[in-house]
Write a protein that binds this ligand. Structure first.
Ligand SMILES: [Zn+2]
Ligand SMILES: [Zn+2]
Length: 434
């Protein structure tokens, strides 16, 4: 259920909404004016994608631009991250805006004048690289917002921190990267950030539309491993074994009942998937050991905590009943928090979305069980993550190419709304802050 705004907040929102209508028009005019530049930046970035933690030229391009705006710029944050501060010189909150920078090892199939033919190195092999998730548009939109906010500096209070983040798609094996490392390196400190806003372009959402959700909008990811240890025996004499294969089969089925029987699925979806089973090597040997590897996806804290308790409980209970031993490693190698839109902040931001995009273009979205490392920022401070439409209106949703595929495509015309949203969310937050 949506929380009701206290009367005072609601009234102040209405009043500030009226006051800032004119500024929204100013922002809209400026976004119109700079749109050709935003498109030009996007085309350059699209044509020159780089893999996660290797965004060296991308970082230089962004850095040069931000210095040109006269901002205070720090580079090399979490390897290739670029952070710029716009200081209004007046007391007030610090608002962070974030764009991710990395491309993917995907060969571009689209026949575009700015098609990528770039190559990169992944695990010692040369691979094609493409901005197949639209992070090129994220950078271009944030560069656009930086330009408008810099021009409007005299109307700001506090500071804006522009965060260009590497490695959202995951660091190469053996490396760390992305939002988690930026947070560890203190990106949300000095000046301390009050709130953070971020956008993802969407290839299946119409240009001009924005999708939002209160609470969990993208899932937490918790990979896990279960090692089932038994006693090896000849397959013809199973009574001499403690069989990890039949034990594992029961554990896999029991894990399916965690979601179906223990998680309150009417609140939020949840997923447990076993993606790998390894054990044994021939028909007539019962092996010593079976290894299961899986992933958990949750959209609220209670469900996530429940999974952490239930998965070892189920595995251990079944192993005990089968005389086997079990070891549960959870989380396995990495973990992403829930991309969680703070309820009160979402209430506060919603009028800005409506005013910027128009009521009919603001969609209360369902959550997805994919993940986003923007969640590491939201784990520290309140933040809002939104989806902005990049699908041309003449393409049906069924025909829209998926993210991370060679056909992935988002239209330039979708970026203008993103520029306006980033700008207006910042302006309105500053206006409403104490
Ligand atoms: Zn992606
Ligand atoms: Zn992405």
């Amino acid at each position: 259920m949506k929380r009701l705004l206290p009367l005072f907040t609601a009234l102040s929102l209405i009043i500030s909404g009226m006051v800032s209508a004119q500024e929204t028009d100013t922002v809209a005019m400026m976004a119109d004016r700079i749109e050709p530049e935003v498109i030009k930046w996007r085309h350059h970035l699209h044509q020159n994608p780089e893999l996660s933690n290797r965004e060296f030229e991308t970082a230089k391009y962004v850095e040069k631009y931000l210095r040109g705006l006269g901002l205070e710029v720090t580079t090399g944050v979490a390897i290739t991250g670029v952070v710029a501060i716009l200081d209004s010189g007046k007391p007030g909150p610090t608002v962070a805006l974030r764009a991710d920078m990395d491309g993917l090892p995907v060969p571009e199939k689209n026949d575009l004048p700015f098609k990528s033919i770039a190559k990169g190195m992944l695990d010692g092999n040369e691979v094609p690289v493409m901005h197949a998730c639209g992070h090129d548009t994220h950078m271009a939109m944030l560069m656009g917002a930086a330009k408008i906010l810099t021009e409007m500096k005299s109307e700001l209070r506090g500071k804006v921190k522009f965060i260009f983040q590497p490695a959202e798609e995951g660091a190469p094996s053996g490396e760390k990267g992305g939002a988690e490392v930026m947070v560890a390196e203190g990106v949300l400190k000095n000046p301390d950030v009050d709130v953070i806003f971020g956008l993802h372009i969407s290839s299946n959402t119409d240009v001009g539309k924005v999708r939002y959700k209160h609470g969990g909008i993208m899932a937490a990811v918790d990979p896990f491993k279960i090692i089932v240890r038994g006693k090896q025996a000849h397959g013809a004499y199973p009574w001499k074994s403690v069989d990890p294969i039949t034990t594992s089969a029961q554990i896999i089925m029991a894990l399916q009942t965690v979601v179906s029987r223990e998680i309150k699925v009417i609140d939020d979806a949840a997923v447990v998937t076993i993606g790998s089973i390894h054990g044994g090597n021939r028909s007539n040997i019962i092996p010593n050991e079976v290894v299961l590897v899986g992933t958990i996806r949750t959209l609220n804290k209670a469900a996530r905590e429940h999974m952490y308790e239930a998965i070892p409980r189920k595995a251990k209970g079944i192993a005990d009943s089968m005389r086997a031993e079990v070891e549960v490693i959870l989380p396995l190698d990495y973990s992403y928090p829930i991309t969680f839109n703070d309820h009160a902040l979402m209430d506060q931001v919603l009028p800005t979305l409506v005013r910027t995009a128009g009521q009919e273009n603001v969609i209360n979205s369902k959550a997805v069980t994919g993940a986003e490392d923007f969640s590491f920022f939201q784990q520290e401070i309140p933040g809002i993550y939104l989806w902005v439409g990049g699908k041309p209106l003449d393409v049906s949703e069924a025909d829209s190419p998926a993210h991370h595929t060679p056909e992935f495509f988002v239209d330039d015309s979708g970026m203008k709304l993103g520029v306006k949203l980033l700008t207006n969310m910042t302006l309105d937050y500053m206006k409403n802050a104490k």
